[in-house]
Design a protein around this ligand. Structure first.
Ligand SMILES: Nc1ncnc2c1ncn2[C@@H]1O[C@H](COP(=O)(O)OP(=O)(O)OP(=O)(O)O)[C@@H](O)[C@H]1O
Length: 341
């Protein structure tokens, strides 16, 4: 659905050239939810502007839904852009129009007749769960409801691709989750291809099938979300993965343990996919002569399966601990000996 080949974007500024996008190659499949994660300044917004034709690449090819966005202009570009819609961090609604009128706006521009417009708006209001709020103005809506209007408006003309620019960054965690669930629902129901940019790994974890990690304009790593979580290659990716795999207080808990336990080892177990469902701890306690303390644990769901980590303190004879570690590895669970207590 989307192909970027050797894409570069260089901005000429007073203080010299800024290479915002550096030789990016991406292939995004139809019906996929694809996440692009990076810190501020990594080049995500520049990349998304190349996808909807708001910017032209300095070099390289950008193809979306069979149209060459990089070389199209005028009527060709306008036609190509009908297939691409976008939602924004700050919603970009028309404040003097009601919910219904905001959603109808792109249909008016596309010249859709009034009867058809009304029918389509009703359908979209149901799709995004805004029944009862049709006549409210944006200022009367919560952040989540505003984003639902943004989503309905973006879907009005049946695009093939939805671009999400930090679409949940202005929302609280609970509202974020409800909007992310709506995006998954829409992706499944309509087979819509979704590309989202974010700096939050939680967003990637919750809804994306694949992810690309951007740093200094480059895609430094990309792959299936679960594979990237399981085996992050680059330091920046490991930092992002830690955002969701390690609870904030893990470091303190490990330090506390070190102070209080004078023998044994601290193990970090990483479960991916099926491993999360097996009764591993029960088997360890039954089969080995060691003491086990569960220190911290967190299991999260991704679109490709579950992912989680568990911190254990184990104590007993060295030989028995070694056998336990070997047993854990045999169960396809990754184990790292963090600290020799
Ligand atoms: N129109 C522009 N003119 C000059 N430099 C720009 C322009 N837009 C972006 N840049 C520069 O390009 C680099 C990448 O910026 P970009 O906004 O794409 O990153 P980002 O990952 O989206 O970060 P943020 O989330 O802060 O927007 C930065 O160094 C930025 O200063």
């Amino acid at each position: 659905m989307i192909t970027l080949s050797n894409v570069n974007k260089i901005y000429e500024t007073k203080s010299g050239q800024v290479k915002a996008v550096n030789n990016v190659n991406l292939e995004i499949e139809k019906g996929e939810i694809f996440g692009i994660i990076g810190y501020s300044g990594a080049g995500k917004s520049s990349l998304i502007r190349l996808l909807n034709g708001l910017e032209k690449p300095t070099s390289g090819e950008v193809k979306v839904a069979d149209s060459r966005i990089d070389s199209a202009s005028g009527a060709m570009l306008r036609k190509a852009r009908l297939e691409i819609s976008m939602i924004f961090q700050h919603f970009n609604l028309l404040w003097s129009r009601t919910v219904r009128e905001n959603i109808a706006f792109p249909l008016e521009i596309a010249g859709v007749k009034k009867v058809e417009r009304l029918r389509r708006v009703d359908e979209l209001i149901k799709l995004v769960g805004l029944e009862g709020r049709e006549n409210a103005y944006p200022s009367q809506l919560s952040g989540g409801q505003k984003q639902r209007v943004g989503i309905a408006r973006a879907l009005a003309n049946n695009p093939k691709v939805l671009l999400c620019d930090e679409a949940t960054s202005a929302l609280d965690p609970q509202t974020t989750d409800s909007i992310l669930e709506l995006l998954v629902d829409i992706n499944k129901r309509l087979g819509l291809t979704i590309v989202l940019i974010t700096h939050e790994m939680h967003v990637i974890r919750k809804i994306c099938h694949r992810v690309a990690v951007m740093e200094n304009g480059e895609v430094v790593e990309q792959g299936n979300v679960l594979d990237v979580f399981k085996n992050p290659q680059k330091p920046i990716t490991r930092t992002f993965v830690k955002q969701i795999s390690e609870p904030d207080d893990t470091k303190e808990a490990v330090e506390h343990l070190l102070k209080n336990y004078h023998s044994g080892k601290v193990l970090q177990l990483t479960f991916v996919g099926e491993g999360t469902e097996r009764p591993l701890i029960t088997n360890i306690i039954r089969n080995f002569q060691i003491e086990v303390n569960i220190l911290q644990g967190k299991i999260s769901q991704t679109q490709n399966g579950s992912y989680g980590s568990l911190f254990l303190h184990v104590d007993g004879k060295q030989e028995e601990i070694d056998r336990t570690v070997a047993f854990i590895k045999e169960q396809q669970v990754e184990v790292e000996v963090l600290v020799n207590a």
